[in-house]
Design a protein around this ligand. Structure first.
Ligand code: C5P
Length: 218
């Protein structure tokens, strides 16, 4: 069968990565979490105390940085950073780093390179609009902000992490605002993407719906 790409975009906490991971397993294709890449680079800047306005140092740092995926782990300069990139600190700073032109250029280049000559599913904010505009399948996954915050809250509580619900919700709203108003490749539904509102749907219903649409389109 010919190689194909699936683009999954949408706001923070809509369940994109959970959905993309399951679909990748079902279809036996590669899954790329582009948000993890922006988080990994943010982690590097934070660890090295680099100011997000210091473009010269950021450019040099980009040159010295490798970010890649192996066996569903994300590697920053050869080291697994799966856990470190998920802290509140990184979540609250990543959108400020993701709006920097030089950062996007480098990470998009890596993303397109990974997508070359294979079937993949990639999730993010600008996959359908910018990274893979020719993707065979495009989905825009949404849910009400209340629902997205509740899901994330439950996830954290289940992990034994306590957090204030309103703060969590406000952080999500803030991140979406920065992501959708930035000048380069903002969070936006691609015109040819199918929108899936997951507010009152469970994960299996969403997966079924997406696989069904892919059959119809393919
Ligand atoms: O998907 P996740 O919530 O982990 O993404 C973290 C952040 O990375 C987003 O809020 C956004 O600022 C940035 N991002 C992006 N473009 C992508 C994926 C993520 O700007 N394709």
């Amino acid at each position: 069968m010919k190689n194909f790409s699936v683009a999954i975009d949408g706001p923070a906490g809509a369940g994109k990565s959970t959905i993309a991971k399951i679909i990748a397993e079902k279809l036996n294709i590669i899954y790329i979490d582009t948000g993890a890449m922006y988080r990994a680079f943010t982690l590097k800047l934070v660890k090295n105390n680099i100011d997000f306005n210091d473009i010269k140092t950021i450019k040099n740092t980009l040159r010295d940085t490798t970010i890649d995926f192996k066996n569903n782990h994300i590697f920053l300069d050869g080291i697994i950073v799966d856990e470190e990139i998920r802290t509140n600190e990184i979540s609250s700073k990543v959108s400020l780093v993701a709006k920097i032109k030089e950062v996007r250029e480098k990470l998009v280049e890596i993303q397109r390179d990974i997508a070359k000559n294979k079937s993949i599913i990639m999730d993010g904010r600008d996959i359908g609009t910018s990274v893979l505009p020719n993707a065979e399948f495009k989905f825009f996954i949404t849910a009400s902000v209340e629902e997205r915050a509740s899901r994330r809250y439950k996830e954290l509580i289940d992990k034994g992490i306590s957090i204030d619900f309103d703060k969590l919700k406000n952080d999500i709203i803030k991140r979406d605002r920065i992501d959708s108003t930035r000048s380069i490749a903002p969070l936006k539904k691609s015109e040819d993407a199918i929108e899936v509102d997951t507010t009152n749907k469970n994960i299996n219903e969403v997966i079924e719906l997406i696989l069904d649409k892919m059959k119809m389109e393919g």
